[in-house]
Design a protein around this ligand. Structure first.
Ligand SMILES: Cc1cn([C@H]2C[C@H](O)[C@@H](COP(=O)(O)OP(=O)(O)OP(=O)(O)O)O2)c(=O)[nH]c1=O
Length: 197
């Protein structure tokens, strides 16, 4: 019996894994999200490792645990999920009419025949926003959509109309870089679609 566990409460990550035909269990992590670095690529890998480890330590037997974390990087700032409506508005005022980067870090914890391995990686996607008026920002914030999302927007939702272009993997912006995840596991000798049995 082998299990894949997604260590995440994010409905988007669940939908993305389902999209590629993977069977898996979900076990959200209770790990505290404390930023340990000012470099986005380090932050997302560190946080994905903390989330994944917390869940992995509770398992036994053959298992693959996937932890992930997403942040938005704008100039020198790292934007996580907004704490309130004011912060959401402030984030969108900064992002509108500009280019930012979305980083998702992933850590894989694998136990196979008693041997444990761990692998972290990150993907970066550049996103260009059209200018947004005050009214557009207010109306978008009022939908509630920004509140549980890094950078206060969801590219898969209503904010799609403000996205001029992206450079990189779309699924990475939504919260899980599917192609990179698949390729990393392939290098580890694992077919993610077959592993959960
Ligand atoms: C930029 C962007 C982020 N997001 C989401 C993905 C993540 O769910 C969230 C970033 O917060 P995270 O802290 O990465 O994840 P989470 O708290 O939602 O879930 P967990 O820690 O349990 O894994 O922002 C979108 O849904 N669309 C987007 O366009």
């Amino acid at each position: 019996m082998r299990k894949i566990i997604l260590a995440s409460a994010s409905p988007r990550r669940r939908e993305l894994l389902e999209q590629i035909g993977v069977a898996f269990d979900v076990c959200p992590s209770n790990a505290e999200e404390i930023m340990t670095s000012s470099l986005p690529r380090e932050v997302v890998q560190d946080l994905s490792r903390c989330k994944g480890r917390e869940v992995f330590e509770k398992t036994s037997g053959d298992v693959l645990v996937i932890g992930a974390d997403t942040v938005v990087a704008f100039q020198d700032s790292i934007l996580g999920k907004p704490a309130d409506v004011c912060m959401a508005r402030d984030m969108l005022e900064r992002l509108q009419g500009n280019t930012h980067q979305v980083y998702t870090g992933v850590t894989l914890f694998l136990r196979q025949d008693g041997v444990e391995t761990e692998k972290s990686f990150f993907e970066k996607t550049e996103v260009v926003f059209y200018p947004m008026s005050e009214q557009e920002i207010d109306a978008y914030v009022r939908t509630g959509e920004p509140m549980d999302k890094a950078g206060a927007y969801g590219i898969q939702g209503r904010s799609a109309v403000f996205v001029e272009k992206i450079d990189g993997d779309y699924s990475n912006v939504v919260g899980l870089p599917l192609a990179r995840l698949y390729q990393e596991l392939k290098h580890m000798g694992i077919d993610i679609k077959e592993w959960h049995s």
